[in-house]
Design a protein. Structure first.
Ligand code: NAG
Ligand code: NAG
Ligand code: NAG
Ligand code: NAG
Ligand code: NAG
Length: 389
């Protein structure tokens, strides 16, 4: 076994590299088990030395062991995640009412900017507004009361003016997450994403390193080796014994297994060459269990959108699958159980692959056997045209 000897040799060489311990800073976190790893350019101001962080990146731990950032003009937020390579920070409200914080949010004075800014208008509506909740309004329950409902709406889609029962209470710029920026209709509870450009450590992070100040003074930044540098000697031996040796055993096992597979494959090939049996005929048909078949999909109710484009339920103005707006006369399909609407063409393709509602993950299949009466138009699968309003 030439290749495995080579592999063994290279693994031992790898383990034998002396650990660089030049970086005086060690990562820390507010909660050993669940906490965000805090390292340069961030630092826990009450636990890590000043030169372990960059100005403007101070964090601290609160009494609940949450990692907190204090933004100069917007107050304190929980840091849920730091993506050091993307140079992005994901924050939320410690009191679980992010929309309230968004109402009074600005990044001015901080070293961060929004990853993807989107303008929202907040509306305060008398409660009977809920009866005709339209397509693009996001109810913000934690801001609403008995007699009124606070809604957010993408400012661009407010073109036609305010609904009569509502007054505009704020226009705000919200730093949404890149990945969620298409899903703006969901709600405003998802983490905000902030990014930074200085110090630019992504290259160092990308190579498995961690940035830090060079030496004891000055502003020059270097790239340190991250792994093993901060570990005590006993931990290093622990890793070698605990991970290295089982790892070697696994690798050797894998190599043996791979050799066995190759041999078996060769034997099989020779057998096949001698005896040309139609193997494919004997294979059981692999059928996707997750998707639905065409008759099942066809059995779900469809609706042709009227001129008003109003959906029968408080739903959205944009198809969540193909991300295009609903237009009059388009055929929508709704799923029993959850009453979510989609372009029929889009949801049909989805359901062939995936048997659950893409929004709520309910499986419509379970409700087919017992047609529910909760949906006004689910009694038949024929098309209904909605009235103009
Ligand atoms: C916070 O962490 C410390 C140890 O790191 C632990 O003793 C304490 O119970 C934790 N507090 C909470 C509220 O989880
Ligand atoms: C916005 O937040 C700042 C800082 O937390 C605070 O001083 C200010 O009063 C708040 N404004 C409103 C309208 O809540
Ligand atoms: C919305 O209006 C109601 C009164 O109609 C008021 O009590 C409430 O504070 C307002 N909410 C906000 C967030 O402005
Ligand atoms: C809210 O409604 C209750 C009764 O439904 C009423 O007593 C109260 O005055 C209302 N408050 C406001 C601010 O309109
Ligand atoms: C928000 O912007 C809209 C449209 O530009 C405007 O009509 C409205 O008065 C603004 N609301 C506030 C509270 O400034």
């Amino acid at each position: 076994m030439d290749s495995s000897t080579l592999l063994l040799l290279s693994i031992f060489t790898f383990l034998a590299i002396p650990a660089l311990s030049a970086n005086p800073c060690r990562p820390d976190s507010c909660d050993a088990a669940l906490g965000v790893e805090v390292r340069f350019p961030f630092r826990l101001s009450n636990r890590q030395p000043a030169r372990c962080g960059y100005p403007g990146f101070d964090l601290f731990c609160n009494a609940q062991n949450q990692t907190i950032i204090s933004l100069p003009e917007s107050g304190e937020f929980v840091v849920d995640h730091i993506d050091y390579t993307a140079q992005a920070l994901f924050i939320n409200d410690p009191d679980l009412c992010l929309p309230k914080r968004i109402l009074n949010f600005t990044l001015s004075g901080s070293v961060f900017r929004g990853a993807y800014m989107r303008e929202y208008t907040f509306l305060n509506c008398s409660s009977d507004y809920m009866d005709y909740t339209g397509t693009r309004y996001i109810p913000l329950f934690c801001l609403s009361g008995r007699n009124y409902t606070v809604l957010a709406v993408n400012s661009r889609s407010l073109g036609g003016g305010l609904p009569a029962a509502c007054r505009s209470i704020a226009n705000v710029s919200v730093p949404l997450q890149w990945g969620l920026s298409q899903f703006y209709w969901m709600d405003l509870r998802e983490d905000l994403e902030l990014v930074w450009s200085e110090p630019a450590c992504w290259g160092c992070e990308n190579q498995g390193g961690v940035c830090g100040y060079k030496g004891d003074s000055g502003r020059e930044i270097g790239c340190y080796r991250r792994s093993r540098s901060g570990l005590p000697r006993s931990a290093k031996y622990g890793i070698i014994v605990g991970v290295g040796i089982p790892g070697l055993v696994c690798i050797i096992g894998l190599i043996c297994y791979a050799c066995g597979m190759v041999r078996a494959f060769n034997i099989q090939r020779r057998l096949n060459a001698g005896l040309p049996i139609a193997v494919s005929d004997q294979r059981p048909t692999i059928r996707s269990t997750s998707g639905l078949d065409q008759p099942t999909i066809e059995s779900y109710p469809t609706t042709v959108l009227g001129e008003s484009r109003r959906l029968p339920e408080p739903s959205e103005g944009t198809c969540p699958i193909c991300l295009s707006d609903y237009q009059p006369k388009e055929r929508l399909r709704s799923l029993p159980e959850c009453n979510h609407y989609f372009h029929a063409d889009c949801i049909d393709e989805w359901l062939k692959l995936n048997g659950t509602c893409p929004l709520c993950r309910n499986s419509p299949e379970s409700s087919v056997a017992t047609p529910s009466s909760s949906m006004s138009i689910s009694s038949s699968s024929s098309s209904t045209t909605l009235d103009r309003h």
